[in-house]
Each structure stands twice: as structure tokens, then as C-alpha cells.
Design a protein around this ligand. Structure first.
Ligand code: SAM
Length: 341
């Protein structure tokens, strides 16, 4: 069977299994008290199954374990595979470890930021991986847990750290930053044009006693221009979260190291949720696979379908990009430039 036919067959099998597991995946993460609906689960699983190409010893690294939704789908679709799951949030590590305990030694969780991917694989004695996946940002569980301080709807502390065992909280950072530095943060991570004015409102609000996320969001809403569909503080909160967690530095480290850690035929799959992330992913993948044929190939970017978006609005802004490493002597055929928006 040719590589293409084998891939299509594996994708078909995986999609069949995936469909019957869709409800299970949602409910099992909710039963564990960790509510998060996995985005583009079937597309990621199909790519990983194709990378494994029938081998029964695939090693998959899930860099953003979260509730374990992608990891579970992969462990089910590839009965011989092992998954190493990384997350910088201890509550995600605990929830996913409970959910995936039935897979025994096939699953292993590591509490660490994915910027340390290369180091972690070295420490575990793994030279490379069949697939490396990352589903960026925060989980619905993190957003919806008020005391984590991510949500503008809940009365939570100004924290926003994904890893509460280390680093400075949002409140601590805001107490130490200058107006100009905060404006740079808002411009770089939230695309906020009137960044000096917005930074001034943020700092004044905190100085005047806005010591919770809901209070800060209310003050911002009272003073920022209104958009009918989106809360006026949404982009400010996004920028603050990216800053507190050094998210783009982490992503750059992952994109720098992951291609060199892929086995032949392996795949890097990254789901991003806003333009700043997606730009970095696109640029890094283009740099690895500059031509249509070569050692690395870019897949066409994928978005969630209407049905998935209807069931899970969070999927609306998701964009999946794939980078494949060719097998020996088998140059890959990538998309034309105009296919790769
Ligand atoms: C969108 S959720 C992943 C959901 C998961 N794919 C699922 O299906 O359940 C993102 C997770 O990645 C984690 N995360 C984000 N940035 C990280 C980083 N730099 N290193 C490790 N984990 C990170 C977050 O703590 C969160 O649990």
C-alpha cells in the first residue's frame, strides 16, 4: 500500500473511532471536574496516526496536556503508542493523570513548561518523538475557575499564572511596571492601538482599588470604547495573560526545538487561538519548509468545522498547522504558497 493510501486508510479508521468517542471525551473530562472540550481532536489524532504509519511503538509528546483530551484520543487510536504529557499547571497534571490512569505505563505526565521539551526528552532518555502536539493557551477549566484570575466574568485575584508554584502574579507585576512598559505589553500581545491610554486606565484602576479580575474588567468596560460583541476588556486580559506567562517566549522555544526532535515521518501539530501565536507558528514552519518539496513539509492550515464551532464556540478561532518530517529518501510534497494563508 502506498504511503498516501495507507495514510488515508489510517485516517478513515481513526475518524471512525473518533466519532464514536466524541461524547465520551467530553463527559469524561467533565466527570473529573475538569471541564474542557477538546478542540480539533480528530484532525490532530489523524495526523498523529498517519505519522505512526502502523508502527506499534510510537512516542507522542503532548506539550499541553490540559484535561488530557488529545492524549486520550491518541492512546485510544494507537494501542501500542506511549504518550508523554507536559503541562505547567499542576491541576491539569492531576486531572489528566486521573483520567488516563487506565492506560498504565503508556502514559506519563511531567509538570513542566513546554519550552523545556528538549531537556525533558533528554532526561527521559528519549532521543526523538513520532509526534509532538501543542494546543496553546489556557483550558476552559482554568478560565472558569475564579481563583485562578483569568476570567473577566468572575471575581478572582489578579493572578493569571498557569503555574502557581512559581513566578509573579499579575498584581505583583502591575505593581512594578512602568506606564510605557505596560503599553508595550498591550500593543505586542493584544494588538491594542491606543496602548498608552489603555495602560494608564489599567494602572489607575488598580491603584484605585480594582484588586479582582471582575473589578478590573468593570473599570475597563466603563472607560474603553464599546464593541457590541466582545467585552471591551477581552484583549487587555489576553495581553496580560500572555505577558504573565511568557507565552510567546515559550512558543518560540518549542518551535525552535521541536522539528529537530521529530523522527523521520514524524509530525509537529500546533493549534493556536490568536494571530500573534499563529504568526509565530506559520513563520517557524515556513522557515523549516521553505520549498514545496524537501525534508520538511507544511500541511494546509485547518480550522474547526461549523458543527464543532456550534458545539464549542472556543473552537472558532482555532487554527491547526502541521509540519511533517519526510522519511529517508522520500522528499515530501508541501502545499503551494497560496494554499498556506
Ligand atoms: C487548551 S489547554 C489543552 C487542552 C488539551 N489539549 C485537552 O484536550 O484537554 C492548554 C493547556 O496547556 C497548558 N500550557 C499552556 N502553555 C504551556 C506551556 N508553555 N508549557 C506547558 N503547558 C502549557 C495550560 O496550562 C493548559 O492546561
Amino acid at each position: 500500500m502506498s504511503r498516501g493510501a495507507k495514510t488515508a486508510e489510517l485516517e478513515r479508521l481513526s475518524a471512525e473511532r473518533g466519532q464514536s468517542q466524541a461524547e465520551l471525551t467530553t463527559s469524561s473530562s467533565q466527570e473529573s471536574g475538569f471541564a474542557h472540550v477538546t478542540v480539533l481532536r480528530d484532525a490532530v489524532t489523524q495526523a498523529v496516526v498517519a505519522a505512526a504509519a502502523g508502527a506499534d511503538d510510537a512516542l507522542v509528546v503532548d506539550c499541553t496536556l490540559g484535561g488530557g483530551g488529545h492524549a486520550e484520543a491518541i492512546l485510544q487510536a494507537l494501542p501500542g503508542a506511549r504518550v508523554i504529557g507536559l503541562d505547567r499547571d499542576e491541576s491539569a497534571i492531576a486531572a489528566a493523570s486521573a483520567r488516563l490512569s487506565a492506560f498504565g505505563p503508556r502514559f506519563r505526565a511531567v509538570h513542566t513548561p513546554f519550552g523545556r521539551l528538549a531537556e525533558v526528552l533528554r532526561e527521559l532518555g528519549q532521543p526523538d518523538a513520532t509526534a509532538i502536539i501543542a494546543d496553546l493557551g489556557v483550558s476552559s477549566h482554568q478560565f472558569d475557575t475564579a481563583e485562578r484570575g483569568f476570567s473577566l466574568r468572575h471575581e478572582g485575584p489578579l493572578d493569571m499564572r498557569m503555574d502557581r508554584s512559581t513566578g509573579l502574579t499579575l498584581a505583583e507585576r502591575l505593581a512594578a511596571i512602568s506606564l510605557e512598559e505596560l503599553a508595550d505589553v498591550l500593543y505586542a500581545y493584544g494588538d491594542i492601538r491606543r496602548s498608552i491610554g489603555t495602560a494608564r486606565i489599567v494602572l489607575q484602576s488598580v491603584q484605585e482599588g480594582a484588586d479582582t479580575t471582575a473589578k478590573l474588567a468593570q473599570r475597563l468596560a466603563a472607560r474603553l470604547p464599546r464593541d457590541r460583541n466582545v467585552h471591551p476588556a477581552t484583549l487587555v486580559f489576553q495581553a496580560l495573560r500572555i505577558w504573565v506567562n511568557g507565552e510567546l517566549d515559550e512558543l518560540e522555544a518549542l518551535l525552535r526545538d521541536a522539528p529537530g526532535l521529530l523522527q523521520e515521518g514524524g509530525v509537529l501539530a500546533v493549534i493556536s487561538f490568536h494571530s500573534g501565536e499563529d504568526r509565530l507558528v506559520k513563520q517557524a514552519m515556513r522557515a523549516q519548509a521553505p520549498k514545496k518539496y524537501g525534508e520538511f513539509m507544511r500541511g494546509k492550515p485547518q480550522a474547526a468545522g461549523d458543527e464543532e464551532v456550534r458545539d464549542n464556540p472556543r473552537a472558532r478561532s482555532a487554527r491547526l498547522r502541521l509540519l511533517w518530517r519526510s522519511r529517508r529518501g522520500e522528499p515530501l510534497d508541501g502545499p503551494d504558497e497560496d494554499e498556506d494563508s
